[in-house]
Write a protein that binds this ligand. Structure first.
Ligand code: S3P
Length: 169
């Protein structure tokens, strides 16, 4: 089954890291977070990479890391919210794993990301930035094999649903 990787995609604040860690623990798979891998590879925080190399520099490194991480198997991989924007990344994801898109409403997202200063794309007026980006990315996550709203259910139930769909696939 696509080398037994499960890849979580979704907008910032949709719960990719929280759900990914729980999912990995339940399935006995390794957990990887591409943002953490980028930070480690560059030895720099995400905001510093954006400041020094711009969004396009960040996206290049992100594509490299996605390719590297997805050359492995038996992993649950949480990706950054913009990782789906490049077609090459979507292709690499679809050929190397079962792709799960997590969604949440604007209200839920704003509430979850409000106190986190580590996301340069929504710095400043968080409400407005999230709304604009959500509109721009409205269909960006549609390529996934499965889509789950994380605003309504608790983590355990969401993980149950992902495991059931993954095992039925
Ligand atoms: C981004 C999302 C972030 C991180 C970077 C850019 C985006 O990841 O990759 O700040 O473009 O949506 P999270 O979705 O984990 O916050």
């Amino acid at each position: 089954m696509l080398d037994h990787n499960i890849i979580l995609v979704g907008f910032m604040g949709t719960g990719k890291s929280t759900i990914g860690q729980e999912l990995a623990a339940r399935l006995g798979k390794a957990f990887k977070d591409t943002d953490s891998e980028i930070t480690r590879k560059m030895n720099m925080s995400i905001p510093d990479i954006f400041t020094q190399q711009g969004e396009s520099g960040f996206r290049e490194i992100e594509s490299e890391v996605i390719r590297e991480v997805l050359s492995g198997n038996e992993q649950v991989v949480a990706t950054g919210g913009g990782a789906v924007l490049a077609e090459i990344n979507r292709e690499v994801m679809l050929t190397n794993g079962y792709v799960v898109a997590l969604t949440a409403s604007w209200e839920v997202i704003v509430d979850r990301v409000r106190n986190d200063g580590n996301r340069p794309l929504i710095a400043g007026n968080i409400e407005e930035r999230v709304q604009t980006l959500l509109e721009q990315r409205r269909h960006a996550y549609d390529f996934a094999h499965l889509t789950i709203d994380t605003g309504m259910l608790d983590v355990e139930r969401i993980v149950d649903n992902i495991i059931a769909a993954y095992q039925a696939d």
